[in-house]
Ligand binder design. Structure first.
Ligand SMILES: Nc1ncnc2c1ncn2[C@@H]1O[C@H](COP(=O)(O)OP(=O)(O)OP(=O)(O)O)[C@@H](O)[C@H]1O
Ligand SMILES: [Mg+2]
Length: 433
């Protein structure tokens, strides 16, 4: 059962990283370094980095409350915390070949992410291609997202273990250097696969990824003390060699409401195009805010379009606003399908995914499904093989259905084909020519 795969671990208030399962420090402790025992609550560092996130969004009613402190109220269901390794800066420098530019895997608001290698048992660097492959994320010296998110990442990911959450192996905290060491995810981010590659991501992989990511969110939301992820988007969904999806980046994650509280009040942070409207307007955060973001990502998976795309005509820049009328009409949903898939998608799958996305994107948070419900809807879609192209061929092979075009080729008479031809996706393409 899914529930057994993941585990929560204890977080004590005023926890030090040592107390959370780190091996004793081997790194030098210079006069400038932050004392390891006060890492989480180092006030000076907090003030320095507090408002540095470039993902903060200005809301009309921005609320700033004490609940914006680092994650000090993680779930108390207990399982042994993972042993986080503490690396020295020199070890990670060697592991990444002196942070070689050609080992850069990507860059985010936090800084560069490098590929590196470490020995299997411990923190020692290994030769490229040997030992364990890791991804090393280094905080920019003037990192906009900063120390605050670094702490949240260590606190949350150091304690949350699940097959659909990326594994944090360790960290480095030395003088002003802050780095994070993760398991290496061979296929990079979903964003890369959906928007940057010429070869389209097959339908079956899209469903597998959506399901994996949904399981990750469902795990976070589950239990009496849920965690709200707050930054669900395609660049934070990483893929292993078999397209298993894992959530990364817990810098904005937050302990959810407890007891009879319905929400937590907080600064509005996240990424434009993904954040739930009620959260942006009020700062009230619930797990249903993540469900909205999931609906946006599902729509990106379905359409191959970005949630926000300034390069598109004005009525199409905001994906949710543009797609909503199509999602609401069963006959029109095929017009939303990523045209690069051609007819290689499941007919029923498209119906179900569209309906699910529509429900997740409901303006009323209470009408959105829970992530457990989302998992239930997506699970059976993996086994569907009613590909549109098969139906297309079946129709063509039926006597009386074959129409020859003047040039001798077969004319497509399928609804789906018509939908694609008439789809707004293609219409806008034609306009762009
Ligand atoms: N564990 C990992 N394994 C492989 N590649 C990774 C890993 N973590 C990150 N990357 C790569 O590095 C890129 C940058 O990641 P990062 O999380 O720093 O920024 P981002 O998600 O693109 O943006 P943001 O800062 O808004 O979260 C990712 O898109 C991915 O391609
Ligand atoms: Mg990220």
């Amino acid at each position: 059962m899914e529930r057994k795969c993941g585990c929560w671990a204890v977080l004590r208030r005023s926890v030090s990283l040592k107390g959370a399962g780190c091996k004793p420090s081997t790194a030098s402790n210079s006069a400038n370094s932050i004392p390891r025992t006060s890492l989480v609550y180092d006030a000076a560092a907090e003030i320095r980095y507090l408002n540095a996130s470039n993902r903060e969004m200005c809301a009309p009613n921005e609320v700033q409350t004490s609940s914006d402190n680092p994650p000090d109220a993680l779930p108390l269901e207990t399982k042994a915390p993972r042993q986080l390794l503490e690396f020295s800066f020199q070890e990670l420098k060697s592991a990444t070949g002196n942070f070689r530019p050609d080992s850069i895997l990507g860059e985010g608001g936090f800084g560069y992410v490098f590929k590196g290698w470490i020995e299997e048992n411990g923190t020692a660097p290994a030769k490229p291609g040997s030992g364990i492959t890791v991804a090393v994320k280094s905080l920019k010296p003037d990192g906009l997202q900063g120390h605050r998110e670094w702490v949240a990442e260590v606190d949350f990911l150091g304690q949350l273990h699940h097959p659909n959450l990326v594994k944090l192996i360790g960290f480095c905290l030395e003088d002003d250097q802050r780095l994070l060491v993760y398991e290496f995810m061979t296929r990079g981010s979903l964003e890369n696969h959906l928007f940057r590659r010429t070869i389209p991501l097959p339908w079956s992989n899209r469903i597998k990824i959506a399901l994996g990511a949904a399981k990750g969110l469902a795990f976070l939301h589950r239990g009496p003390k849920p965690v709200i992820y707050r930054d669900f988007k395609t660049s934070n969904i990483l893929l292993d060699s078999e397209y298993n999806a894992k959530l990364s980046d817990f810098g904005l994650a937050k302990a959810g409401p407890q007891g009879d509280k319905t929400h937590v009040s907080t600064r509005v942070v996240g990424t434009y195009g993904y954040a739930a409207p009620e959260y942006v307007m009020t700062g009230h955060l619930t797990s249903k805010s993540d469900v909205f973001s999931f609906g946006v990502v599902l729509l990106e998976i379905l359409t191959g379009r970005r949630s926000m795309d300034k390069k598109r005509p004005s009525g199409e820049q905001n994906l949710v606003a543009w797609a909503r009328p199509y999602l609401a009409d069963k006959r029109k949903v095929y017009q939303l399908v990523d045209p690069r898939l051609e007819l290689n998608y499941s007919l029923k799958g498209v119906q179900k995914v569209s309906q699910l996305s529509y429900n997740c994107l409901s303006r009323d948070p209470k009408s959105r499904p829970s992530m457990d419900e989302v998992v239930k809807v997506l699970s059976p879609l993996q086994d569907l093989n009613d590909l549109a192209i098969l139906s297309h061929h079946a129709r063509l092979s039926q006597p009386g259905r074959r129409k020859k075009k003047p040039d001798g080729s077969h004319q497509v008479s399928l609804n789906q084909s018509r939908s694609i031809r008439d789809s707004p996706v293609n219409a806008s393409r034609q306009r762009c020519k």
